[in-house]
Write a protein that binds this ligand. Structure first.
Ligand SMILES: [Zn+2]
Ligand SMILES: [Zn+2]
Length: 1022
């Protein structure tokens, strides 16, 4: 006869089991059934942030976010919510471009243009298409349920048009302007970056730069000079001024060098004056021999912000090569020298520096300064310096013309909107507030190729046209537009429009947009904001043609799904996607685009280091799927409090696999015994537990299960997966190490009430973790519910269990009982007394709730008598808490320590002690209780247990019986006997005195006969 339950192997093969479940879901259309089941339910709106489609393998850090999203969508689905499952891809910008440049071996913008922009754009699209496929495969393998194939792609013409619309509105409000400012840019990528791009992880890296002390000779005071300090030699040819702090003191050395006195406290100065007296002095610039410098009158200016923490207290100012310098320059009307082009190479006006990059120029500049006598000292300096987030090149400051959106007018509405959002963890909402309060204008233009074409058509007459849609562009075009493959460079660059003010023909600016515009518009472009009609597959436009079945919904649809009830991304996205979405949404609707946010911190490797491919410590998701399994990855992600960095790796995965074995073993235990007994579960038992004559322990497990359901519900509702994991791990420990452990005999005896109760607990428990580990939970669910009529095929279709009010009194009682047993075990462990040795007595103090369970305590701890009351067989040991008391008491510590040691102290009511004339607080002493006269004591959380270690002949013999039973049962296993097989047992002659306990031994080993003889233990199947 086939077993009722499919037997489970000793441990799960996660990878194999997951692949099998994926096939089952596919075959049974489980996800489709779930969505159909929920179609009429209440809405829960989730909007997924786009994955950047530039990787060919899903990364484990991306899988983290994917997991959290999937967990909560699955949870909400179990609760019956109707949801959207639209995945999205980020398809434009430097991420994509840089990868394609690398593949094609292109090293500069010039080479891209020579290669041809149309072909370059097609290659970029190919990368997106391939990457989207790979990321989809990885996400499916992870267990994420999405409507794959219905994805949004931010490079679709539809998405672009929505952004154009936004930009047109921004322009109508007067927020859009062309700024002339100093910005950080990447010389390799040839574009400036926005403030939020600089906040991404990995931007600030340690770097060793030259450290130069340079003299600027004063023109009106021969023999005297200013000494400045710089770490960017390339900026010296752009020097126009030197700044001093007006109210600080400056000293002149004997050799005529001026420095801030505070920087050199040990030096004797020939003369000391306030900085204000130096202001206005003229000096010879370090590179006046190069054309641009010669035309500048270099002078000393006042600046309150001059730091006296580093350098010389005199700051070299180059408005063309630094942001603060630029602003100071505006205030003092200083000339701006821009020495390098956007590729970071010196212009030809700089003579022998022409064509050199800023780094290449450094050595030559230092050499030249040495020759001309300007150099005082050259060394190196290690500091945190910003690098390009995409290509790792050190950034430089240049003065450029960038398109910006002014933020001052929208700042308060943004803050107001953010106040309506519920952030988890809460501090991330404060981070957003801080950012909103302090952010500068939004630099939206990038001098690149594969991105949103900014629809700006500035005319020389001063008129700026901002186009709001493709239709408008075609209508305004000066010539019929034949073939606009995509709303993208280079095709769009050929379209010219006529200026409405003067009629002149106008070209689009060459710049493309910040990618965060692409992602920020998603809650509008994918939901059909102000779209007049619902267009099936209407999103598959431009570059997204044939890639997706996504619709362009109508405005009524948008009303139903906006704002999102919930979004989730890592903390970094506060200034990126969360920000751009919030900005665009507040600009378009005055409201926040999401109600709740779950943020989470960074992923590091298991040792706490950043993951870098060059360090060999990155893990690809496919490797992790194969070696740990998706469920174990997901459990690792979900065990993580979102306010701490996740240390991800195979070590922690191994530990999780070990912990999940407790669940597996408990299920296997049930399956094995149920099969022996031919017991079948009843679906109705899942309602609220078995409707049967329950023993107290069964009643407890039913209540314990109710408690798990309510804890899990509360944790999901607070968006804290870590609490679900904790609740479940504690639950399964209770099932395995208490319920099963205490009920073994009932299972051996085929007690169906025990089987029913255990089945209820395990199956109900699976539902609470199904969102976290969808594979294992479904696999086990299928095994455990297969014999029931009426059970849903998948745990994911089973709905969320009702949280019955648990009996908290009973739960507290058993929790305390388990605490006493745990302390008893600890006491035994410290004594070195093995667990099998029975002991005479245990005294328990401070655990009143456990009093009615003395029998269970005795049984668990193998103690003959358990009494509740004061533990007298112990003494108090008080030791000084040295880190606190050492500094406080100084040389009196010795006396205090001696008095404590000899017990010469008095306990105070607040938990402190009075000793040798000192009152010490409870923090200043370490109080321990130690057993005396052969007793051992353990205490925690107000509960103390004392174990009597005295042995007598009777106890010793009983200990030997336990050892014997243990040895026989090990031998049974080694001999490959079934758990139900009966045996004939022979014990060694030397142990024949134990035959006194023949019945006991027989019962525990399933022996039908026991004899003594020979030296060895032997058994035979009966
Ligand atoms: Zn770069
Ligand atoms: Zn004009």
């Amino acid at each position: 006869m086939a077993p009722i339950f499919t037997p489970l192997p000793d441990k799960p093969d996660h990878n194999a089991l997951e692949l099998e479940i994926l096939e089952t879901w596919e075959r049974e259309k489980t996800f489709e059934s779930l969505r159909a089941q929920n179609a009429g339910g209440p809405r829960f709106s989730f909007v997924d942030g786009p994955m950047t489609a530039n990787r060919m393998v899903l990364g484990v850090h991306t899988a983290w976010g994917r997991t959290l999203k999937d967990v909560f969508q699955r949870y909400k689905a179990m609760r019956g919510f109707h949801q959207r499952y639209q995945n999205g891809f980020d398809c434009q910008g430097l991420w994509i471009e840089v990868g394609v440049e690398r593949d094609l071996g292109l090293n500069s913008k010039r080479e891209i243009e020579e290669f041809g922009l149309a072909e370059f754009a097609r290659r970029c699209r190919e990368v997106v298409v391939r990457s989207a496929r790979a990321l989809t495969d990885g996400s499916v393998r992870l267990g994420q349920w999405m409507e794959w194939g219905n994805d949004y792609f931010t490079f679709s013409d539809t998405n672009i048009e929505y952004i154009w619309r936004f930009l047109q509105i921004v322009d109508e409000r007067g927020w859009l302007y062309l700024g002339h400012r100093s910005t950080e840019g990447c010389p390799r990528c040839g574009t400036s970056l926005s403030q939020h791009e600089l906040t991404q992880g990995g931007v600030y890296q340690d770097r060793i730069d030259p450290s130069l002390f340079v003299r600027f000779p004063l023109l009106d005071h021969p023999g005297e000079s200013l000494v400045i300090w710089t770490t960017t030699p390339w900026t010296l040819p752009a020097n126009v001024a030197a700044a001093v702090k007006p109210d600080a003191e400056y000293g002149r050395r004997e050799n005529g060098e001026w420095v801030a006195a505070a920087r050199y406290p040990d030096e004797a100065f020939a003369r000391v004056v306030p900085g204000a007296e130096l202001v206005g002095l003229r000096y010879r610039g370090p590179f006046d021999d190069l054309g641009p410098g010669a035309e500048v009158e270099h002078r000393v200016i006042p600046w309150d912000e001059v730091s006296l923490e580093e350098g010389t207290g005199i700051v070299h100012i180059a408005p063309g090569a630094g942001q603060e310098d630029f602003e100071l320059g505006l205030a003092h009307e200083l000339p701006v020298l821009s020495p390098v082009d956007e590729a970071g190479r010196f212009y030809d006006a700089y003579g022998w520096l022409h064509g050199l990059s800023t780094t290449e120029a450094a050595d030559q500049i230092v050499g030249r300064l040495a020759e001309t006598g300007f150099l005082l000292e050259a060394g190196t300096y290690e500091h945190r310096y910003p690098h390009c987030w995409r290509c790792d090149t050190p950034l430089i400051w240049r003065v450029t013309d960038d398109w910006l959106i002014g933020v001052d007018e929208v700042r308060q509405p943004l803050l107001d909107a953010n106040a309506t959002v519920e952030w988890t963890p809460a501090y991330m909402g404060k981070r957003m507030d801080d950012w909103l309060r302090n952010m500068g204008d939004w630099n939206i233009s990038r001098r690149r190729y594969y991105g949103l074409p900014l629809p700006f058509y500035p005319c020389s007459c001063g008129e700026l046209t901002v186009i709001g849609s493709k239709a408008e562009l075609l209508e305004r075009a000066t010539a019929p537009v034949e073939d606009l493959e995509e709303l993208r460079r280079p095709w769009i660059d050929d379209v010219r429009i006529s200026c409405e003010a003067c009629g002149a023909e106008v070209e689009r600016i060459a710049e493309v947009g910040d990618v965060w515009l692409d992602a920020g518009i998603v809650p509008f472009s994918t939901l059909g904001w102000e779209s007049p009609e619902y267009v099936p597959q209407g999103y598959a436009t431009g570059a997204a043609r044939e890639l997706t079945t996504a619709d362009l919904p109508d405005h009524a649809y948008w009303e139903q799904w906006f704002p999102a009830d919930w979004v989730s991304e890592m903390r970094e996205q506060i200034r990126l996607w969360f920000y751009s979405q919030l900005f665009m949404s507040v600009a378009l609707t005055g409201r926040a685009p999401f109600r709740k946010v779950l943020g989470y911190e960074k992923m590091l490797d298991e040792k706490g280091r950043e993951m870098h491919s060059s360090w060999g410590n990155t893990i690809g998701a496919p490797d992790a799927f194969a070696r740990m399994g998706a469920d174990v990855m997901r459990w690792q992600y979900c065990s993580q409090p979102p306010n701490q960095n996740l240390l991800f790796g195979f070590g922690p995965a191994h530990e999780i696999q070990r912990r999940l074995l407790t669940l597996w073993n408990s299920c296997k235990f049930l399956v094995d015994y149920a099969n022996i007994d031919g017991w079948e579960p009843e679906w109705a038992d899942l309602e609220s537990g078995p409707n049967a004559e329950l023993e107290p322990l069964d009643r407890w497990l039913v209540q314990r299960t109710h408690a798990l359901v309510s804890e899990a519900t509360e944790s999901y509702e607070s968006w804290l997966t870590v609490d679900v994991v904790r609740a479940y791990e504690a639950f399964i420990d209770d099932v395995s190490n208490w319920y099963i452990r205490r009920s073994r005999r009932r299972f051996w005896d085929g007690d169906t009430v025990a089987l029913r109760t255990l089945w209820f607990a395990l199956v109900q428990g699976l539902r609470t973790v199904a969102p976290l580990m969808p594979f294992l939970s479904d696999h086990v669910w299928r095994v455990l519910t297969a014999p029931c009529t009426g059970a849903p095929a998948s745990v994911h279709l089973a709905g969320w269990p009702d949280a019955a009010e648990p009996d908290t009194g009973l739960l507290a009682e058993i929790a305390e009982l388990r605490r006493v047993v745990e302390l008893g075990r600890q006491a035994r462990a410290t004594s070195g007394m093995k667990l099998r040795q029975p002991l005479r007595a245990l005294v328990v103090e401070g655990a009143r709730l456990a009093e009615s369970h003395a029998g269970e305590v005795a049984d668990e701890l193998r103690v003959r008598e358990v009494s509740f009351g004061q533990v007298e067989a112990s003494e108090l040991r008080v030791k000084p808490n040295l880190p606190l008391l050492g500094p406080k008491l100084g040389k009196e510590l010795g006396a205090v320590r001696a008095a404590l040691q000899s017990g010469d102290f008095e306990q105070l009511s607040d938990g402190g002690v009075r000793v040798a004339g000192h009152d010490l607080t409870r923090d200043e002493v370490l109080v321990e209780r130690e057993g005396k006269d052969g007793w051992v004591v353990a205490a925690a959380d107000g509960v103390t247990v004392a174990l009597d270690l005295h042995l007598d002949d009777e106890l010793v013999r009983a200990g030997r019986v336990y050892d014997l039973i243990h040895a026989v049962n090990s031998l049974r296993k080694e001999s490959g006997l079934e758990i139900t097989d009966r045996i004939r047992l022979t014990i060694p002659e030397a142990a024949s005195d134990l035959l006194e306990h023949r019945d006991w031994i027989a019962r525990e080993t399933l022996a039908v006969s026991i004899d003594a003889g020979g030296d060895e233990l032997a058994l035979a199947k009966s």
